[in-house]
Design a protein around this ligand. Structure first.
Ligand code: NI
Length: 156
């Protein structure tokens, strides 16, 4: 198990556009394994490579519906709308309402470079969009329409 340091929102790496993954090699696999460990260790729902300082288009997600890896993901279609509370491992203690599409279809590659397509909804869709934003240097804070007091969140 190898944990990587999760960068805080003050780090400029979080605001850079990431480059595509081109080599599906041992180095990528180690990165993904470490990101998975780091995600579970932090009890998060998703983690993008730039959050651990790697400016490549890769992220890992587990919202409780199974673990997946998204390499060079592309959003194909979105529909519907959902408003929900969002947070980010790079912004500890900051929670706010973000409105996003309810349904998302995306395509991505797995760790071996094989392309796949997947349709997700609800929290899974929210997480895919949140992580894809990270790959374009965007942090969710800019999308928050209403902030939530973390204490209130615990009570709910
Ligand atoms: Ni995030």
């Amino acid at each position: 198990m190898a944990l990587r340091t999760i960068l805080n929102k003050s780090d400029e790496a979080l605001y850079k556009k990431c480059r595509p993954v081109e080599k599906f090699d041992e180095r990528l696999h180690t990165l993904l394994d470490d990101m998975k460990d780091t995600l579970y260790n932090a009890d998060g729902a998703g983690l993008a490579a730039p959050q651990v300082g790697i400016l490549r288009r890769a992220c890992v997600i587990d919202v409780g519906e199974g673990y997946i890896e998204l390499i060079n993901p592309q959003i194909i279609k979105t529909s519907g709308e959902q408003k929900g509370v969002e947070g980010c491992l790079s912004c500890p203690g900051e929670w706010g309402y973000v409105t996003r599409p309810m349904y998302v279809t995306f395509k991505a590659q797995d760790r071996f470079g094989k392309e796949y397509e997947k349709s997700v909804e609800g929290l899974f869709a929210r997480c895919v969009l949140h992580e894809c934003d990270h790959l374009d240097g965007k942090v969710f804070l800019d999308l928050v329409t209403e902030w939530v007091d973390p204490k209130e969140l615990e009570e709910k």
